[in-house]
Design a protein. Structure first.
Lengths: 542, 489
């Protein structure tokens, strides 16, 4: 099975390479090489700026490097969501960032040095004493390569060797390790993903990434963490220099369970269910439910992404089954058929249905907006200021005591309906599912307000419930391109996409789509093995 | 045996790389009535003050506050500081639609539209743009009175509310930020520090304990940290030179902040005051609580949307107090709560609701609702009063108390009254009937004792202007001119 997958990935990579005129390898080394990227590739190379590790990436990186668990989100300045947490255009260096990084570095270093189980794996040598400078040099070189995601230059190693004197002063070798760890964990090449690359001849502002930078890009996209040692070894050996070699790397990264976690987190931010405001057992159940579906569709069955919307069964824990009033699973959790419940796929899962809750429950407007902007990638303008709308109070309609369907009447109101006609009719069709994913027949605390649950997807058709909506969305045929757009936003750390990015998306969708739609695993492989992914375009001040 | 002073301890550490302070007694006087260093605290509370025509915040009569405190202002009496605090009521921020937002005004859509004019005195950019459009008073004042602290801690920028707490609505963005500085012509957001532990570590960087053995350890750690930051700063500088124009700007700011950190490690300027001591290490931060959905009373009753902000506030207040005592900083921007605050009030008052919902009848309407809302306001006032109490009970280098060399301003996100967004009267979504609480005694502030002053429709920033004037800071904040008569002198 593993061999089959590997062969498929390489074949895919060769196919992608062929499509950019690059069979048999990549352009030469150095400044873009004699051939340089083709015009087709140049047309797909997007802007990329200096990206600081998000709190989640910081935590994962520290865990992988040092085995220490940290919760830096409780300390570092917030990562603003657009909806992803890694939009570098919003990241600000600040006193709070620098002092927090300093404090974290001190805490982490102290924890590592105090614990032989944590510190010993960092050493390839056994220090003979406090003044064992050569052993310290080895630590700087080996750990430095992991921490900074590239080998250190000789002068950099020498610079870190200043800390060897600390060990002598304290008569304790580990004091120098403590100092070194503090420095590595605050180093700009650690806190930021630095991509300098090599200038491409004749293309000002376009740079080809080094293999280490490429390894870092791939690693943070797929596993949300620093490149493992084997990946740095591959970068060093030149194994990443070809599309086929890169495909092998991507395949290996995808086999890592962290990729599933990363993909699950991407989906959670994408669809705004990152934070679930429910009881812990229900939150745990919902997270397991969604993760199981993603794993099955994307990584096990490797079927088109839209199968996430088609699934006729779901993975339930006993607590979640009781919460949904669905049949109990086997044991601690198992797949359960939806039967004729009217549920189907991701849109009927509690995680998705919990998103964008408002005004003590569901908001047909917000649910419609979520579908339109996140799954169809449509732009819905904010209400014009001249309308002076209040989005912080529930709509009152003609009668503030009326049932919800009558109060949410903006979709029929002059001046509002141009936008709202795309929103409420979608949201109304999901109203039989409350903001915790439970089926309801009347409004909360309003037994006099039955819910008919009928909706309409403008230009496609009427529906009732998540199953019918999912089928209409697939029929509408716009979802696949949006999936790729969202993934590229996440990969680039930038919400606004340029013409080059759109070219890239367009080609990726075409090449990663089979008869039944876009396959996310193919999309990932195609993106990471493409020539455009190996390059960056320098940001220009606006 | 007499306890040695900190200065004596520092002198006794011969060879330690800590600088002795420039004696403030020799500093040129900056405000007429003060001879010690001057201090300023600007605070923000993400709450309105009333609803439905009900108000339990404004004292019943204009005049002395003593014996005339409203429900929300009672903590001033609890801490016995009502003689050094004035409440200015009946203030207002004008509004306008895009293209016609008046000077110092706000955009029509309510939440977080008042924060820009309130904090920087400049009109909102447009509806939907919640960002600050000018430097905030903390930086304006710091530039004038910061003195030797400018190189290290020009402004302590803290936030007490640990997270936004509103489920899928994101992180709050600009709503969790109250400070903006002008850095060489560029406006720069200044994100707050919301970890008490990091704030503690940062503030007491460089403190040397008096015990010789502990002092040697602390000195060695300080030297090591200096060495670490020297390397990091040097490499950041080298990296900056290799970056493109936009990335260079990003890294230059990081580099600037490293230089500030380096400066903190270079020198410890402590006054000759036995009261300057390191407070007890607060230890690990309280756990950050989870989000609670709107109306989820079970979630609030279960103490979600809460990260023990009570403890966090106490620590932050203690840090600001000691920063002032030790002259580690002279200005603080303290954001208690986010704009449109979803902080749970159940752990404090037994009300399973957040501060925002208190203004929307979650605890009932009429006077019951107004009282619940006032309790939310009083939580903020209580911590301000505690800070004032600590400052009053600390001797300054001029022999007086620190409160008399300090100006404090508490700003509230909203008042109550007309909401142009809904064309509705009597709502908490209004910048009418706003209020400002002004504390301290610097430069003749509250010289007549604490008062309730009718602002007569003045802009809240006029109260800031009054405090700036008392601090000897020339000019006005942003686009708002004028002061509040009766606050000073």
């Amino acid at each position: 099975m593993r061999i089959k997958k590997f062969g498929w990935a390489v074949a895919t990579a060769v196919l992608f390479a062929a499509c950019v005129g690059d069979i048999g390898g990549i352009p030469g080394e150095g400044a873009g090489g004699p051939e340089g990227p083709t015009q087709e590739v140049l047309n797909e190379i997007g802007v990329n700026g200096l990206r600081r590790l998000t709190a989640a990436e910081y935590d994962a990186t520290v865990k992988d490097l040092l085995g220490v668990t940290v919760d830096s989100e409780a300390v570092l300045p917030e990562d603003l969501r657009t909806p992803y947490d890694n939009d570098y255009t919003l990241q600000i260096a600040s006193e709070a960032l620098v002092s927090s990084a300093d404090s974290l570095a001190g805490q982490i270093a102290a924890e590592v040095v105090a614990d032989t189980a944590l510190r010993d794996p960092l050493m390839a040598c056994t220090p003979s004493g406090a003044d064992d400078a050569e052993c310290y040099r080895e630590f700087v070189q080996t750990f430095g390569r992991r921490a900074l995601r590239r080998p250190l230059a000789d002068e950099e190693v020498e610079s870190f060797m200043r800390f060897a004197a600390h060990a002598v002063t304290a008569n304790d070798f580990w004091i120098a390790v403590d100092s070194g760890l503090r420095a590595f964990l605050q180093h700009p090449d650690f806190l930021y993903r630095v991509e300098l690359g090599t200038a491409v001849d004749g293309e000002p502002g376009v740079f080809r990434l080094t293999d280490y930078e490429l390894a870092t890009r791939a690693s943070y996209l797929l596993i949300g963490s620093t490149p493992p040692n084997w990946l740095l070894d591959d970068a060093e050996s030149g194994a990443l220099a070809t599309a086929a070699g890169m495909a092998t790397v991507v395949e290996k990264l995808i086999e890592d369970d962290k990729t599933l976690e990363r993909v699950a987190r991407f989906h959670a931010m994408w669809m705004s269910y990152e934070k679930l405001p429910h009881a812990p057992d229900i939150v745990d159940g919902m997270q397991q439910e969604t993760r199981a579906l993603l794993k099955r569709v994307i990584f096990e069955d490797q079927v088109p992404w839209v199968e996430l919307l088609r699934s006729t069964e779901t993975y339930l824990t006993p607590a979640l089954a009781a919460h949904y009033e669905l049949p109990a699973p086997d044991g601690a959790g198992s797949w359960v058929s939806y039967g004729d419940s009217g549920r189907q796929g991701l849109l009927s899962q509690g995680s998705f249905l919990s998103a964008v809750a408002k005004f003590e429950g569901t908001s047909p407007v917000q649910r419609g907006l979520l579908i339109r902007t996140r799954l169809f990638c449509q732009t819905i303008e904010r209400p014009p200021p001249s309308l002076n709308v209040n989005t912080d109070e529930p709509p009152e309609g003609p009668d503030p005591n009326a049932c919800k369907q009558q109060r949410y009447n903006m979709w029929q109101t002059d001046g509002c309906k141009a936008c709202h006609a795309q929103l409420e009719p979608v949201g109304f069709g999901l109203e039989n599912y409350d903001s915790a994913g439970r089926y309801i027949e009347t409004e909360r605390d309003r037994p006099d307000c039955p819910i008919d649950g009928k909706g309409n997807l403008d230009g496609v058709g009427d529906f009732s419930g998540p199953a019918e909506l999912s089928n209409l969305m697939i029929e509408a045929g716009k979802v696949d391109e949006c999936v790729a757009t969202q993934l590229l936003r996440f990969a680039l750390g930038r919400f606004e996409l340029d013409a080059e990015d759109e070219n890239f998306v367009s080609r990726l969708v075409g090449e990663a789509s089979g008869e039944n739609g876009l396959e996310m695993r193919k999309l990932l492989v195609g993106m990471l093995t493409s020539e455009a992914f190996r390059h960056r375009r320098e940001e220009v001040a606006k | 045996m007499n306890k040695p002073t900190r200065r004596a301890v520092l002198r006794g550490l011969g060879g330690i790389c800590v600088g002795l302070p420039f004696l403030e007694l020799f500093r040129p006087k900056q405000a007429a009535a003060s001879s010690g260093p001057l201090r300023y605290v600007v605070m923000f509370a993400g709450t309105s003050l009333g609803m439905s025509g009900q108000d339990s915040v404004v004292p019943s009569a204009v005049g002395p506050l003593a014996g005339n405190l409203s429900r929300a202002l009672q903590p001033l009496a609890t801490y016995n500081v009502e003689d050094k605090a004035s409440y200015v009521s009946n203030m207002e921020i004008a509004y306008g639609s895009d293209g016609s937002i008046p000077a110092g005004g706000r955009a029509v859509p309510w939440h977080a539209s008042s924060t820009c004019p309130l904090l920087c005195g400049v009109r909102s950019a447009s509806a939907g743009d919640e960002s600050l459009q000018g430097p905030t008073s903390d930086w304006v004042v710091s530039n004038a009175i910061g003195g030797p602290t400018l190189a290290t801690r020009p402004v302590l920028t803290y936030r007490i509310q640990a997270a936004f707490y509103r489920g899928s609505n994101g992180t709050g963005g600009n709503r969790g930020l109250m400070s903006m500085r002008d850095n060489g012509g560029n406006l720069e957001k200044v994100p707050p520090q919301f970890s008490p532990k990091v704030a503690f570590d940062d503030l007491f960087t460089g403190f040397i304990p008096p015990d010789p053995g502990e002092a040697a350890k602390a000195k060695f750690l300080l030297e090591r940290r200096k060495s670490v930051i020297d390397l990091v700063r040097g490499d950041a500088d080298k990296l900056t030179k290799k970056l493109g124009a936009v990335d260079k700007i990003r890294m230059e700011r990081h580099f600037d902040e490293l230089r500030v950190l380096e400066a903190k490690l270079q020198a410890v300027n402590l006054p000759d005051s036995p009261e300057c001591t390191m407070i007890t290490d607060p230890g690990a931060d309280p756990a950050v609580g989870g989000a609670v959905d709107n109306g989820d009373t079970g979630g609030y009753a279960g103490d979600g949307a809460w990260s023990d902000e009570e403890t966090r506030a106490n620590i932050m207040v203690d840090l600001i107090h000691m920063a002032f005592v030790c002259d580690l900083s002279r200005v603080a921007a303290l954001q208690f709560t986010y704009a449109q605050c979803f902080l749970n009030m159940n752990p404090v008052f037994g009300m399973p609701s957040d501060i925002h919902e208190l203004g929307h009848y979650s605890m009932g309407g009429g006077i019951d609702g107004a009282n619940a809302m006032a309790d939310g306001v009083s939580w903020h006032v209580g911590h301000m009063a505690r800070l004032m109490d600590k400052l009053r009970n600390t001797t300054d280098v001029d022999g007086g108390n620190i409160l008399d060399n300090t100006g404090l301003v508490m700003l509230f996100e909203g008042g109550w009254g007309y909401d142009p967004e809904q064309d509705k009267q009597g709502t908490a979504h209004s910048s009418q009937n706003m209020g400002v609480l002004v504390g301290g005694g610097v430069g003749g502030l509250n010289a007549s004792g604490g008062m309730h002053i009718d602002g007569g429709g003045a802009h809240p920033v006029q109260a800031i202007n009054s405090v700036m004037g008392a601090l000897g800071v020339p000019g006005q904040l942003g686009e708002v001119s004028g002061t509040i008569p009766g606050l000073v002198g």
